[in-house]
Ligand binder design. Structure first.
Ligand code: SAM
Length: 280
C-alpha cells in the first residue's frame, strides 16, 4: 500500500528491520502516518526551523515532521537497530534528516542545530520527565528552543499543566508555568501505539516565556517548592520548618497562611516566598 511519502508503511519497516519493541527502551511505536503528521502540525510552523527529535524509533513522527515541511530534522536515537530504517528516510529527504545514534541524556544537540529550533518527540517514558526538567533549567536555560511538543503518559502531562488545588499540582507544574506556557493539545488512547502501553498518552505543547512569570532566585525557589511538596499533606509552617527561624512571618509576608498546604499555593505566592526567604 502506498504512503504519503512513498516510503513503505511502518508495519513493513518494522518487519523488514526486525524492530520488535523493547520495553527497556520505552518503545511504544506510532504506526499511523496520519496521526504522526497531526502531531507534527501541533509543533507549529516548521519550514524555517531545525527540529530536534528524541527517540525516532522506526521513524513515524520523523516522517510526519518531514512531510509537514520541517527545514531539517536532527533525530537522536539510542537503539542502533533503528538506524537502517532511518537511513531510508534520509535517502527519501536528501539533506533534511541527520540521525545520531546516542543517548539523548548524554548529548549536546546544539552542536548539530541551527536556530530557530523546535523540539518534537514521542519520548521514551523513562527519560521524558528528566529531559523536560533539563530543557527548563540552566545550563539549558535560557532556552535554545522556541517550543517543545512532547508526548507523555497522560498522568505526567496532567502534572505539567496542573493548576493549584489539583491533586497533580506540584514541582513540575510550577517549573513549567514559571518559565513557560504549557497546554495539552492532543490525547491518545493506548491503542494508538504498538505495542499499546497500559495507560493513555497526551501531547503537551510548551512555549518559552521571554522572562520568568514572576521574579525569584531559581535555586531558592526550587528549594522552597521541593520542601513544600516533599510533605504535601502537611501545613506549610511544618513542611518548611527549619528553612528560616521566622518562616511563619515570611509566609505571612508572602500572602500565604502558615496553615495552607503546598497544593493550594499559587506560583505567584511561591515566588514571593522565595524572595522573602532570600531576603536578609
Ligand atoms: N518516535 C517513535 C514513534 O513515535 O513511534 C518511537 C517512540 S518510543 C515511545 C521511544 C523511542 O526513544 C524509542 O525508539 C527508543 O529506542 C528511544 N530511546 C529510549 N531511550 C532513549 C535515550 N536515552 N536517548 C535517545 N533515544 C532513546
Amino acid at each position: 500500500m502506498a504512503t504519503i511519502d512513498g516510503l513503505p508503511p511502518l508495519r513493513e519497516v518494522i518487519a523488514t528491520h526486525g524492530l520488535a519493541a523493547k520495553k527497556s527502551l520505552g518503545q511504544n511505536f506510532l504506526l499511523d502516518l496520519n496521526l504522526t503528521a497531526k502531531i507534527a502540525r501541533q509543533a507549529g510552523e516548521l519550514s524555517d526551523c531545525d527540529v530536534l527529535e528524541i527517540g525516532p524509533g522506526p521513524g513515524g513522527l520523523t516522517r510526519g515532521l518531514l512531510a509537514e515541511g520541517a527545514r531539517r530534522v536532527l533525530a537522536v536515537e539510542k537503539d542502533a537497530r533503528c538506524l537502517p530504517a532511518l537511513a531510508e528516510i534520509s535517502d527519501a529527504y536528501p539533506d533534511r534528516l541527520q540521525v545520531i545514534n546516542a543517548d539523548a541524556l548524554q548529548l549536546d544537540p546544539l552542536e548539530h542545530l541551527t536556530p530557530p529550533i523546535r523540539v518534537a518527540a514521542n519520548l521514551p517514558y523513562n527519560v521524558g520527565t528528566e529531559l523536560l526538567v533539563r530543557w527548563l533549567t540552566p545550563p539549558q536555560w535560557p532556552p535554545y528552543w522556541q517550543s517543545l511538543t512532547l508526548m507523555f503518559q497522560r498522568e505526567v502531562a496532567d502534572r505539567i499543566v496542573a493548576r493549584p488545588g489539583s491533586k497533580t499540582y506540584g514541582r513540575l507544574s510550577l517549573l513549567a508555568s514559571w518559565r513557560a506556557e504549557a497546554r495539552i493539545v492532543m490525547t491518545l488512547p493506548p491503542e494508538a501505539f504498538t505495542p499499546p502501553p497500559k495507560i493513555s498518552s497526551a501531547v503537551v505543547h510548551i512555549t518559552a516565556l521571554p522572562e520568568p512569570r514572576y521574579p525569584a532566585d531559581p535555586k531558592v525557589l526550587e528549594q522552597v517548592i521541593a520542601r513544600a511538596f516533599n510533605q504535601r499533606r502537611k501545613m506549610l509552617r511544618a513542611a518548611l520548618k527549619g528553612l528560616k527561624p521566622d518562616i511563619e512571618d515570611r509566609l505571612i509576608a508572602s500572602g500565604i497562611k502558615p496553615t495552607d498546604r503546598a497544593e493550594t499555593v499559587k506560583l505567584e505566592q511561591f515566588c514571593a516566598l522565595a524572595r522573602a526567604v532570600a531576603a536578609p
